[in-house]
Design a protein around this ligand. Structure first.
Ligand code: NDP
Ligand code: MG
Length: 383
């Protein structure tokens, strides 16, 4: 029986991971839970799953939680708590469902401790890719949870690495797929939060509307599978049923299909290297009817070309791309900047980053900080 740490347990991925474990208790027991500040839900989860360890980043929330935790549950408080959960000796598998850059240190901590990481948090691999190969020497591994990467991971078993010609990442296109540039000028965060096919946390939902999510996934795919940017393409597929594809050198393309339900990808990551029956609903293609595909519009969504540029530089720019986007998404959600300001902010931060090399986690932190401050400067200029 595996022992599983669920990082970001109160979020969309975390809650769905617990759904999977509730429906399939044979997959493992919950050894640790970690969240940022949602004490109420974290407490309910701790009472249900009885983990030995609970971590919470926010101190005020910790005070509300402490008196009510079940006996035998240890509480850790602060930003390090998720990393501590990730490295606990009794934990075999870490589900990284933390949102944003905060997932980076827990990924490295889990790998340094030799754990299997079921990775939903894409920002971490984008920011820490220079350190991941070294971290993997401790015997850990990464099994992707992000649906596109899970699809590619599954399709790759249909051929050898040397036979791969191209990765095709599918994208729903988000709520603004058919909007003109004129319409995009006035869209709000509330509009962006109405995603047509997936129900996810707020940050990734905004990223799906700007296609920064796909930009991050271009880099994530490159780092997870060792394929350069020139051999990664994006295809808009509004039905979100084909989760991604691998084209092989003989021009055969393998695709992975399922209903758009993250519990399927989480379930696969937890049963891998085997498959096991799941209870999350079979795909009915006759009911789905038509599956459509179109090329992404890089003019309306410059997040895509910016991602290829960041990937090509491969040192500071992937971190800057992510950091500036996180800063801009926060301001867009607050109604302080417009839709196109998000792209302009990231472009500005990337253009003004110095040259450099990432060697340590401190370099990553420093680069993240610098890019956020450039992003703030870019946004000050506009408002
Ligand atoms: P949510 O915003 O729904 O949840 C984020 C979780 O992270 C919450 O539990 C939050 O805690 C926790 N958290 C935030 N900061 C910290 C911290 N410093 N320490 C510990 N926990 C922290 O996000 P999602 O679940 O949507 O996304 C999580 C990750 O998975 C993202 O990287 C996203 O890109 C990726 N992903 C998500 C998909 C989805 O369907 N949701 C699909 C594919 C990838 P609290 O609630 O207490 O604030
Ligand atoms: Mg995805």
């Amino acid at each position: 029986m595996k022992t599983i740490a669920v990082l970001g347990s109160t979020g969309s991925i975390g809650r769905q991971t617990l759904d999977v474990l509730r429906a399939h208790p044979e997959l493992g027991r919950v050894g640790a839970l970690a969240a940022h500040g949602n004490a109420e839900l974290l407490l309910a989860q701790a009472r249900e799953f009885h983990p030995a360890f609970v971590g919470i980043a926010d101190e005020a929330a910790a005070a509300a939680l402490r008196p009510y935790l079940p006996a035998g549950t240890r509480l850790a408080v602060g930003n390090e708590a998720a990393s501590e959960a990730a490295a606990l000796p009794e934990v075999d598998t870490v589900v990284n469902g933390v949102s944003g850059f905060a997932g980076t240190e827990p990924l490295l901590a889990a790998l340094a401790a030799g754990k299997t990481v079921a990775l939903a948090n894409k920002e971490s691999i984008v920011c820490a890719h220079k350190l991941v190969d070294e971290a993997l020497r401790h015997g850990g591994r990464i099994v992707p949870v992000d649906s596109e990467q899970s699809a590619i991971f599954q399709c790759l078993s249909g051929g050898s690495y040397g036979e791969v010609a191209r990765l095709w990442l599918t994208a729903s296109g988000g709520p603004f797929r058919t909007f003109s540039k004129e319409q995009l000028r006035t869209v709000t965060a509330a509009d962006a939060l109405r995603h047509p096919t997936w129900n996810m946390g707020a940050k990734i939902t905004i990223d799906s509307a700007t296609l920064f999510n796909k930009g991050l996934e271009i880099m994530e795919a490159s780092y997870l599978f060792g394929i350069d940017g020139a051999r990664i393409s994006v295809l808009v597929h509004p039905e979100s049923i084909v989760h991604s594809m691998v084209e092989f050198c003989d021009a055969s393309v393998l695709a992975q299909l399922s209903r758009p339900d993250m519990r399927l990808a989480i379930h696969y990551a937890l049963t891998w290297p085997e498959r096991a029956p799941s209870t999350f609903g079979a795909l009915n293609l006759a009911e789905a009817g038509r599956l459509t595909f179109e090329a992404p519009d890089e003019e309306r969504f410059p997040s895509i070309p910016l991602a290829y540029a960041a990937l090509q530089e491969g040192e500071l720019l992937p971190i800057a791309y992510n950091a500036a986007n996180e800063a801009a998404v926060a301001r867009f959600r607050a109604g302080e900047i417009g839709f196109f300001d998000v792209f302009r902010t990231v472009e500005y931060a990337m253009a003004h980053m110095p040259h450099g090399t990432i060697r340590t986690f401190a370099d990553i932190l420093e680069t993240d900080r610098e890019a956020r401050s450039l992003a703030e400067k870019a946004m000050e200029k506009k408002s």
